[in-house]
Design a binder for this molecule. Sequence first.
Ligand SMILES: [Mg+2]
Length: 433
Amino acid sequence: MKIDLADKAKELGLKYFLISYTDLFGSQRAKLVPASAIAGMQKNGAGFAGFATWLDLSPADSDMFAIPDPTTLIPLPWKPEVGWLASDIWMDGKPVAQGPRIVLQKVMAASRAMGYQMKSGVECEFFLTTPDGSAISDPADTAAKPCYDAAALLRRYDVITEICDAMLAMGWGAYQNDHEDANGQFEMNWHYDDALITADRHVFFKFMAKSIAEKHGLRATFMPKPFLGLTGSGCHSHVSMWDGDRNLFEDEAGVLGVSQLGYHFIGGAIEHAGAIAALLNPTVNSYKRINAPRTISGATWAPNTVTYSGNNRTHMIRIPEPGRFEMRLADGAANPYLLQAGLLAAGLDGIARKTDPGPRLDINMYTDGHLVKDARRLPLNLLDALRAFEASPMLGAALGEGFVKSYAKLKHAEWNEFAAHLSEWERRATLDC
Ligand SMILES: [Mg+2]
């Protein structure tokens, strides 16, 4: 049955709607619309000048309209008179091909046509810092191995439980919260679901964590490596493929309880890891988390090579238990829609071509990685990843040539801006050459 947002406003006591969309850089854009105007907006969308956000549009383009998906409605837990909505962006009567939520739905439609529904869960790691982001927020949080530190977790009880209570009230199936491996770092987990539902929730989670932290005088950052020497913030992604209520990755007779279909998906993720890194690790800073030297805690927990293993966290892909795998490549900067879209596109290609992921490695990759002579390396920087991304015919076909072109264009501009920056290190290292 169609959800009427004007009725919902009355039922839930909403005074405003936040009609939002996510641009190519993962930024959330929105218009705040009074409930009295929602009926027209639900039908025609809220108008935006697309060029003003990261979408590779022109100032000469027509108005862009964000048409809300009413099934995503959430009264803001910290401002319940405002109803948040995820939207799809349209221009000139057509969906904008490079809109991240549109891109994910395109790959999911291809997946459905093959008979598969991807379900996924994301583990969002983040730091709570001082408002200016220059230091962690808790001066007492100094342990060399701070992971699961009970006292440090409880010192942030008010923020963490306000976010967790909200997830419980929204029915996300929140089930645990912890202090992570870096000082000042936390992770909060909720139940996996359909990939689009997870992506919408992932977008909202980031918005909510930042907003609630701000309310408490702190800052939540998902920056992949905000403090050199400390473990970075990953976004480990758990993946399975379903047909109705049947998990197609589960197979008692399969190696580690994973079906042949699951291994083909892993094969695709391995083959295309270098190219999808541009989506899973989308910033200059992302490459300081992967391929990183050992951190103070003893391990980065981030991958350096394109390898897979059983229940072993030193590889890019881990099979923790039957019926699913964990992709450990993505980081906190990943656009929630493009993360799922890139992973699914790679996996579907692996399934279609029955890709063999090669042998599983059961070694500690951090200490013994050098013994594996032919292990493929991950891109060393954003430019490496962008070149692999642009050169991938698979991504062009699955995500759309227009999207690949637009994304690569904007990200190259970001890389060029970074490269044009003269750093203090560079000056020091070169001044007396
Ligand atoms: Mg974690």
